[in-house]
Design a protein around this ligand. Structure first.
Ligand code: ADP
Length: 730
């Protein structure tokens, strides 16, 4: 018969197994995304422990269903094999997580020891020992295998390494390392409880052991799944609140487990009571049948007749019947020798009841102190008789019944959990897609679309989202055009002027061509100036044409210095008009792979803004270009922050390895950017100008990001602004 605590332990095991399997799949999935060895190792640890727990449940079920020892040995070997593999995997994890690759000798020792354990487990003959109160058999190998101490030692090493790393680190990393140390510590505690369970046969120890395993693996999940830089790293438990999926699965699975657990416990207990009552009355029936036979015996045949009855009686599969006299001594027993020796049975609870003149049935302790089930009956003139059977065989049927109902419940839990997880996923997936869509939109990607085709509210929301982004996209395209037209407008006036100057000189030269053609001095000047001026007109017209072209990306190798020259040429007269002095500080640059037209637009937007920021009073426009290496680049946090006197926009992320980049810096000595404006600088439609569109910088950012580059802005109120564009090259 299984105790209530044992049944609860089995449920905890199932829960732990679910977390291990889910966690294992999660880590393996993460490995395929981020390709970190640590994730693959953890994935295998989780899956391996799942095998351990699943095999333990199977072994318990097989034992309770009365499977043969030889059939169960295979499963028990599986349990021990997975423990040996886990020990090895934990060591590999320790080495990988804390970068201890220098411990070469220890690595070899651990690998050899694990291999040896695996070999011994596979080879060694095993015997299974059953102890009352322990719900599965204890494994005894032919020779002692210190596998559990070995496993504990490795887990202890993990506790120490994680603890030391927690002391060394700060913030999120520290908290996560503490969680890791605590999780490994809980695993050690689980081992301790399971040891006590085997020694004391207390179901509460078993339950505590599984509870520790469960909490330990939840801890491993949190400490290793949360990135150390994530905001949840400092409060790992809040991680569960960040994902809708966790909440849904947790609510669903917990509800299912609690519901199943309580109803199963209740039904099992009710049927157990009814069944045990009928088992007990079965023994009473047996006792009264025997008493009837005793009464039929003639007085002179009594001792021999009783002995025969004791020997012939069949009580269950492992029970017996015996007779005692009124002093509590054996007078007939299947083991004849014991009856001949008149062994005293006063230590047997049933015999003491007989001597007190009471008949009854139930569970009592025999003369050796072991629990048995049976019935007892005082017999007039003889003393009394007892029929008894050990708990193990007496409750075999009951246990089989419990196991069968538990199996149904386990299947039910697994099935409903799978259905729950499926539904939770189907609810979370569209939400996740919508979030990704809105995030992409917030980052300026108006091409973002959500592919949710369900007919429910989510599907409708997705449709509305898609049509909204489509509208936005169209209006943005119109705005881009108007932004371009605005830039063209600014440039056009100056350019007319720019084109006029060379045209005048060309005209003057050609007007006197006929008269002065014979003059060598004139011819020299003509051939030096006219082609140069025509080339200048050609370049201006070419740049203007390039700028006016629609934004269709065309990849080529672009020299940013040439682009800068062209842009500055376009703005030359604008600069002159506004008293802007241009200083060029260009370094020869490698060519960048990109779209020349788009990159030109980036420079036009930034130079135009710089000139406008200096207003009528003018100032200095410094344009620099350079090459170098960076270890930080890319996606930026979209908010400004104060660094000393300056406001800085653009927080780059660290790269795995340094990459080659070119820099273009445009500095003006204009009005600078107000602190409160810095965070919205790149937001679409943000403008502080009367005639501004607010689209110049968002377009600039999008183009630069599409070229895998980044933009940084430094600004000081009243002193000026610098835009730094970083673009990678091969
Ligand atoms: P627009 O130029 O049409 O206003 P932008 O997106 O190009 O749109 O610029 C947005 C805002 O950013 C400008 O209105 C201005 O307030 C600010 N800004 C951009 N560049 C500079 C600069 N160099 N100095 C000061 N403010 C700037």
């Amino acid at each position: 018969m299984l105790s209530t605590l044992t049944i609860i332990s089995i449920f905890t095991e199932i829960f732990a197994a679910g977390i291990m399997l889910g966690g294992g799949i999660g880590f393996l999935k993460q490995y395929f995304v981020a390709r970190k060895n640590k994730d693959a190792i953890l994935g295998f640890i989780f899956v391996n422990f799942f095998v351990y727990v699943a095999a333990t449940i199977v072994s318990q079920m097989m034992f309770n269903s009365g499977f043969d020892l030889s059939q169960r040995i295979f499963v028990h070997k599986g349990i021990y094999l997975s423990l040996a593999v886990s020990a090895f995997l934990f060591w590999v994890f320790l080495i990988e997580r804390f970068e201890l690759k220098k411990l070469r000798l220890t690595n070899v020792v651990v690998a050899l020891l694990s291999g040896w354990f695996i070999y011994c487990i596979a080879q060694s003959p095993v015997s299974l020992i059953y102890r009352e109160g322990v719900s599965e058999s204890i494994v005894s190998f032919a020779s002692y295998l210190p596998l559990k101490p070995f496993f504990s030692l490795i887990v202890f090493a993990l506790v120490v390494a994680a603890f030391l790393s927690a002391l060394k680190n700060k913030q999120g990393q520290r908290v996560l390392a503490f969680y890791l140390a605590a999780s490994a510590g809980l695993l050690l505690l689980a081992l301790l409880f399971s040891y006590y369970y085997l020694c004391l046969a207390q179901a509460s120890c078993l339950m505590l052991s599984w509870l520790c395993v469960l909490l330990s693996f939840v801890g491993f999940l949190l400490s290793e799944l949360i990135p150390p830089t994530a905001p949840e790293a400092e409060h790992p438990l809040s991680f569960f609140r960040t994902r809708m999926l966790f909440k849904l699965i947790l609510i669903f699975v917990l509800l299912v487990v609690i519901l199943f657990e309580t109803t199963t416990l209740a039904t099992i207990n009710i049927s157990k009571q009814a069944l045990s009552k009928s088992i007990f009355s079965g023994y009473s029936q047996m006792a009264s049948n025997l008493a009837f036979n005793v009464r039929k015996l003639p007085a002179e045949q009594l001792p021999a007749g009783l002995q025969q009855l004791a020997q012939e009686s069949r009580v269950g599969s492992g029970g017996l019947a015996y007779f005692v006299n009124d002093k509590g001594e054996l007078i007939a027993h299947p083991d004849k020798k014991r009856a001949l020796q008149r062994e005293s049975m006063l230590a047997n609870e049933a015999v003491r009841q007989i001597l007190a003149g009471r008949a009854g049935n139930g569970q009592f302790k025999d003369e050796l102190g072991d629990w048995v089930v049976g019935a007892y009956l005082p017999l007039k003139g003889i003393g009394g008789m007892v029929v008894q059977e050990p708990l193990f065989s007496a409750y075999a049927e009951l246990r089989r019944l419990e196991t069968n109902s538990l199996l149904f419940v386990i299947m039910g839990i697994i099935l409903t959990s799978l259905v729950g997880i499926f539904f939770a996923h189907s609810i979370e997936r569209p939400i996740k897609e919508l979030i990704q869509g809105t995030e992409a939109l917030a980052c300026g990607n108006l091409k973002a679309r959500v592919t949710v085709d369900s007919l429910d509210e989510m599907g409708k929301l997705a449709k509305a989202f898609n049509s909204m982004t489509k509208d936005l996209c169209e209006s943005q395209e119109r705005l881009v055009l108007s932004e371009k037209l605005a830039s063209l407008g600014t440039m056009a006036a100056g350019m007319a002027h720019e084109i006029k100057n060379p045209l005048v000189s060309v005209r003057t030269f050609t007007q006197v061509l006929e008269q002065k053609w014979e003059d060598p001095e004139y011819r020299k000047k003509f051939s030096a100036i006219v082609p140069h001026e025509i080339e200048r007109i050609n370049r201006i017209a070419g740049s203007l044409l390039k700028f006016g072209r629609p934004m269709k990306p065309e990849l080529s190798r672009v020299d940013l210095n040439t682009l800068l020259d062209e842009v500055l040429l376009l703005f030359e007269s604008e600069c002159k008009k506004n008293n802007v002095r241009v200083t060029k500080n260009l370094t020869s640059l490698p060519k960048v792979k990109g779209d020349a037209g788009q990159l030109q637009q980036v420079l036009v937007n930034i130079v135009k803004n710089a000139i406008e920021a200096m207003g009528q009073s003018g100032g200095e426009l410094i344009v620099k270009s350079d090459v170098g290496q960076v270890i930080r680049l890319g996606r930026m946090q979209r908010e400004g922050r104060k660094v000393g006197e300056e406001m800085v926009w653009g927080e780059e992320r660290a790269l795995d390895k340094p990459i080659q980049v070119v820099f273009v810096e445009v500095t003006d000595t204009g009005e600078g950017i107000a602190e409160e404006n810095l965070k919205s600088l790149f937001d679409p439609f943000f403008t502080t100008k009367m005639t501004g569109t607010g689209m110049g910088l968002p377009i600039t950012l999008r183009i630069v990001e599409e070229h895998n580059g980044s933009i940084k802005v430094r600004s000081q109120r009243g002193k000026g602004t610098t835009f730094i564009i970083t673009l990678p090259y091969d």
